[in-house]
Design a protein. Sequence first.
Lengths: 380, 108
Amino acid sequence: MGDVIRSFWESTGLYGFFEGNWKNLIMIIISLVLLFLAIKKKFEPYLLVPIAFGMLLVNLPFSNIMLEPTETEAGGLVYYLYQGVKLGIYPALIFLGIGATTDFGPLIANPKSILLGGAAQLGIFLTFLVAILLPQFNGLEAASIAIIGGADGPTAIFLTNKLAPHLLGAISVAAYSYMALVPVIQPPIMRLMTTPKERAIKMEQLREVSKLEKILFPIVVTLVVLLLVPSCAPLIGCLMLGNLFKESGVVPKLTETASNALLYIVTILLGVSVGATATGDKFLAVETLLIIGLGVIAFSFATFSGLVGGKIMCWATKGKVNPLIGAAGVSAVPMAARVVQKEGQKYDKTNHLLMHAMGPNVAGVIGSAIAAGALLTFFG
Amino acid sequence: MILALYDGTQFGADNFGEALIITLVAMFLVFGILLILYGLISVLKNIKFGNQTILENNQVTDTQQVTNQTVNLDEMDEDMKVAAIVATMDFKAETNEDAKLVSIKKID
C-alpha cells in the first residue's frame, strides 16, 4: 500500500516541484500574471491568453507536452504543433490573414506616409547596436532582440526562429507585452517630442483610392521588395497575397477564410507553441531580463524616431502633417494608430487622425518585414 | 538559399565597427525600398485600365447617377446606415449645429 501511494505521489506534478523544479513554479506564477493581464486588463488577449496558457502547460512537471519523440514513443502534443513555428509556417500564415484584413488605402492615398513606416524602424537598428555591445549576446541574438522594435509579433517570431530559436519564448513574450503596452509607452514620448500646437494640426482629408490602385499595390510591393530582399519572401509574400485576395474581390471565400478562420486557428497554434518554449530553465535567466530591458529601448526609440520623421515631414510640408502620425510607424496595427487618434483628440476633439495614422501604421508592417529580411541576409 | 554574410555566432562587441556598417546598410536598404515604393505608389493613381477611369472622374458620374436616385431608409443596408450616422455625428461634432441628412452618395 505504501509503495502504491509513494509511486502515485512521485508521478504527480507536486512531487516535481519538491524535486528541484522550482523554476517551473515561478514560470507558472508568471503565466498566471500574464493571464490576469490578458483577461482582466485586456492586454493583447488574443495572443497573451494562448501564450500564457502554453507557458502554464509546459511548466507543469511531467506534463511532457513539449517532449521530443523517440524511436519507441511519440512526442508531446505541443511538440508537434511547434513544428509550424520551427518551419516558419505560422508567422507567414498570420501575415496572410493580416493582409486579408488590412486596408492599404490610407497609405496609397498618402504615399509619403510610407517613409514614416521606415523612420520608426530605426529603433530596431539602434537596439541591435546596443545589444551587440553586451557580452551576453552574439550577432544572431542581438538581431533577434532588436526586431522587438518593429512591434510586429509574427516578424519577431519569424526572425528569432531563424537566428536564435533558444530566445523565442523571451522575445515573443517581450514583443507581445510591449505591443499591448503601446497605449502606455507611446503617449509620454509623443508629448515630449511635440508641441501642443503641432498636436492640434488638422490634416486634409485623404483622397479616395480606386480599386485598380488597391489591386496593383500588393503586386507592386511584392515585386519590388522581393526582388531586392528575397529573404523576407515568406512574410511580404503572404501579406500581399492576403491583401490581393481582399482587394481583387473575386475570391471572397478565400478572403473570409484567411481573415477569420485561418487567422484565428493559426493564432491559437502559434500562441500555445510559442508559450510552450518558455520553460523555467530557458526563461529564468539574466538574458531574459536584458531582453525585456532592450525591448523597452527598442520600442521607445522606434516611437521616438517615428516622431522625428513626423516632425521632419511637418516641417517639409509647412505644417500640413501632424507629427503625431509618425508614432504609428511602429506597426502594432491598429493600436498605434488608435493611440495617435486619441492623443490628437486630447487637444482638439474635432481632429480625426486615425486614417492618416493608418498609412504609417501599415507601412510599419512592410518596413519591419524588410528590416527582418535585411538582418536575415546578413546573419541568416 | 540565402548565404549569410557574417557568422553571427562569432559576432560580438569586438565587431562593433562591422555592426555599425550593417546597421547603416540595412537602414539604407529599408529606406531605399520604401522610397522606390513611394515613387511607384505615387504613379499608380495615373494608371488607367481598359474602361476604368480614375476615381475623380467616377465621382462626378456617381454623383450625377445618385442625385437621380432616392434611397429610402428601409432600403439601406447596414453599412449605408452606419456611414450615414457616423457622417452626421462628425458634422454635428465639428460644427456644433443640428444636422439634417438630405441625401447619401454611394462611392464604390
